[in-house]
Design a protein around this ligand. Structure first.
Ligand SMILES: NC(=O)c1ccc[n+]([C@@H]2O[C@H](COP(=O)([O-])OP(=O)(O)OC[C@H]3O[C@@H](n4cnc5c(N)ncnc54)[C@H](OP(=O)(O)O)[C@@H]3O)[C@@H](O)[C@H]2O)c1
Length: 148
C-alpha cells in the first residue's frame, strides 16, 4: 500500500504513519520537522507547506519514483489561537488558511497535473474551506487514470 501523508511529524499523522508502516505500507510524508520514525518503508521530506510556490518542486522530489497512491491523507494543519477574530492578526489567519487549505489545493493540482493514479483522498480543512471541487476533480481524474 502506498500512502502520502502531510503533517506526519506528530499527532494523528505520526500515529497513522506508524500504524501503516507496521502493516508494511510505503509512506511518503511531508512536514516541517520531519517524521521521527526510522523505517525502510518511510520516504520523508521536511518542507513548510505554507511556501506554496515551491511546493510542487518539493512534491516532485519526494514522489518522483511513486507510480500510484492508494491513499492521500491531507492531515497537516494549524489550529491557531482560539480567541475573538478582532484580536487576531490577519497575517496569522492568512498563514493558517494557507497551510490548512491552499497547500491542499496545490497538492491536488499537482496530482492532477502529474496524472498520478490515486484511489482515495481524505482530509478535512479543504472541505470546510470550500475546495471540495478540487478534491472531487482529483478523485475523478485519479479514477479515470486507474481504469484499464
Ligand atoms: N486532534 C484533534 O482533536 C483535531 C480536531 C480537529 C481537527 N484536527 C486537525 O487534524 C490534523 C491533525 O491534528 P493533530 O492533533 O495531530 O495536530 P498536530 O499534532 O499539531 O500535528 C499537525 C501536523 O501538521 C504539520 N504542520 C503544521 N504546519 C505545517 C506546515 N506549515 N508545513 C508542514 N506541516 C505542517 C505538523 O508538522 P510540523 O510542525 O513538523 O510542520 C504536524 O505534523 C490537524 O490538521 C488538525 O487541525 C485535529
Amino acid at each position: 500500500m502506498n500512502v502520502f501523508i502531510t503533517g506526519n511529524s506528530s499527532g494523528l499523522g505520526l500515529g497513522l504513519t506508524r500504524t501503516l508502516l507496521d502493516q508494511d505500507a510505503i509512506v511518503w510524508g511531508m512536514s516541517r520537522s520531519g517524521c521521527p520514525l526510522k523505517d525502510e518503508g518511510l520516504r520523508d521530506r521536511p518542507f513548510d507547506l505554507s511556501i506554496l510556490n515551491t511546493l510542487p518542486d518539493a512534491l516532485e522530489r519526494l514522489l518522483s519514483d511513486c507510480l500510484r497512491l492508494d491513499l492521500v491523507v491531507l492531515n497537516a494543519g494549524v489550529l491557531g489561537r482560539i480567541q475573538e477574530i478582532g484580536e487576531t492578526d490577519v497575517h496569522d489567519l492568512e498563514h493558517i488558511v494557507r497551510v490548512n487549505a491552499w497547500s491542499n489545493k496545490v497538492i491536488l493540482d499537482w496530482i492532477i497535473e502529474r496524472q498520478l493514479p490515486v484511489s482515495q483522498i481524505i482530509g478535512q480543512h479543504e472541505l470546510r474551506l470550500g475546495s471540495l471541487f478540487a478534491v472531487q476533480s482529483a478523485a475523478e481524474q485519479s479514477d479515470q487514470a486507474l481504469r484499464p
